[in-house]
Design a protein around this ligand. Structure first.
Ligand SMILES: Cc1ncc(COP(=O)(O)O)c(C=O)c1O
Length: 472
């Protein structure tokens, strides 16, 4: 056994024997080198191995900590394998909840966007000013569907950096990922078709199904590894499914990421049944491990995966710039876009292209990921410390959501209303499903810094849950 492997085994055993608990800081590299008599390089090698195996996690300038996933029990997969819904009717409920959560100075645990303070506002503003002052007169025409050529080129290069060959002609610029997803759904379905979604799923998917009069097949989804492929295989046998709308990386609301082999198997299954995949991948830049998770599209040579993403979560929400790498539907999507929004705003496309070519997107992303990881971890710890033991909290590596499961008899929508009166928002589980399966769950936005007011709000939520538990 090599020296660093001996240290890996030692530390793993110490963690198993609870000498180091979840969240505990390990000795610094230097201190560990002193203690073990090993070189700094050997200790670094051991720590990096432990990190890649998921035992520990590193936080910028603070050191190495025991990672949460080591000890948490395998999360429950709740709910039935598959549920079918003929008519999706959820938009009014979601509208009311989103409206109510807009109260000024609210502690926004219910928000779907990262803390806006994490966006590089000054740099983006500089790009907007520069783009506006140099905008050619022809820019409206130049930016009609499929969108700004330079921007599409940069997006194609970003795919290439992941090892994916996506020609620019396949990429259509849209108003955020939401337009990309809606156009994709419209391009591959007719009203009345069956569409597979995850259970729970992003409420935008439910709204989109409602808008296009589609029927939903909600397939059970694991909080760590994503959609249940056995259940999916069964439903593909029993129903004539037109498309699957899935979030393969850092799923909203669960946070799950499908392992690579599972993505490959997913594409095999869809190929067998000739089904389109609408891949909603808006969180793929927000990974905590060393590598960006591959989209399932990377394994689909058919051109039947429409990969949708945006800059809303990673750079700036308000600009509303997204795209779809639309495979064999790229032309159809442009035609539908021409009939609806015509095109995405020209100055904003130019500003984004300016930012991506002349600023430091990669350094921003690195900082953002690190901050999100620190904040999510801190929020997870605070929630675990404060919430009653009967409440389960799903931590996932990446993104900024924590999925909270209350005891089954408690109603998270009720908690939402009580919390709102105290100026705290949460996203109740009822938003993420067309049946009542997740009424006892809620999603927390963990991109907020754990400041005193945020900690206080967590304590208040814990008190509300305790009161509900006593009343039941
Ligand atoms: C899973 C998922 N898809 C799509 C969107 C929409 O993204 P955008 O703001 O870029 O339209 C969101 C954000 O709200 C999301 O959470």
């Amino acid at each position: 056994m090599k020296k660093y492997e001996t240290l890996v085994v030692q530390i793993r055993e110490q963690i198993e024997h609870k000498i180091w608990g979840i969240g505990d800081k390990l000795p610094s590299l230097r201190k560990q080198a002193e203690l073990s008599g090993m070189s700094l390089m050997t200790v670094l090698n051991a720590y990096q191995t432990l990190e890649s195996q998921g035992w520990i996690t590193s936080h910028a300038r603070s050191g190495y900590f025991v990672a949460p996933q080591v000890h948490y029990t395998e999360p429950k997969v709740s709910g039935q394998e598959v549920q079918s819904t003929e008519t999706v009717d959820i938009n009014d409920f979601i509208f009311d909840i989103l409206q109510a959560s807009k109260t000024p100075n609210i502690v926004g645990f219910g928000s779907v966007y990262p803390d806006p303070k994490l966006y590089p506002r000054t740099q983006i503003n500089k790009s907007l000013m520069s783009a506006a002052s140099h905008m050619p007169i022809s820019s409206l025409l130049d930016n009609l569907p499929p969108g700004n050529e330079n921007l599409r080129h940069i997006i194609a290069q970003r795919y290439a950096a992941m090892g994916m060959n996506i020609p620019e002609q396949e990429i259509v610029i849209t108003a955020g990922a939401l337009e990309a997803l809606n156009l994709s759904l419209q391009a591959v379905t007719e009203p009345g078709d069956w569409v597979v979604i995850e259970s729970p799923t992003f409420y935008g998917a439910l709204q989109s199904l409602q808008r296009h009069n589609l029927r939903a097949l909600s397939v059970r989804t694991h909080p760590q590894t994503g959609i249940d492929l056995e259940a999916l295989a069964k439903v593909l046998q029993s129903h004539k499914v037109k498309a699957c709308w899935l979030m393969t990386n850092h799923q909203n609301p669960l946070g799950s990421t499908m392992p690579l082999e599972k993505k490959q198997r997913l594409i095999e299954l869809l190929t067998e049944h000739n089904v389109y995949l609408i891949e909603d991948d808006v969180y793929n830049e927000l990974y905590f491990s060393g590598r960006k998770p591959m989209p399932a599209k990377a394994f689909d040579p058919r051109g039947m995966t429409l990969h949708c993403s945006s800059f809303s979560k990673s750079l700036v929400a308000g600009y509303r710039i997204g795209w779809v790498a639309a495979g064999n539907k790229a032309l159809d999507i442009q035609k539908i876009q021409l009939m609806s929004t015509l095109s995405t705003s020209a100055p904003i496309q130019l500003a984004l292209a300016n930012y991506l070519t002349s600023r430091h997107y990669e350094s921003h992303l690195k900082r953002l990921r690190r901050k999100l990881e620190q904040r999510k971890f801190a929020m997870w710890q605070a929630v675990r410390d404060e919430f009653p033991a009967s409440v389960e909290v799903n931590y996932s590596e990446g993104g900024y959501f924590l999925w909270v499961e209350l005891p089954a008899n408690l109603d998270a929508t009720k908690l939402y209303h009580v919390a709102l009166k105290q100026n705290i928002s949460i996203a109740p589980g009822a938003m993420f499903s067309v049946n009542n399966q997740f009424a006892h769950c809620f999603r927390l936005n963990a991109s907020l810094e754990c400041t005193e007011p945020v900690k206080r709000a967590i304590k208040q939520l814990a008190q509300m849950i305790n009161t509900m538990l006593i009343a039941e």
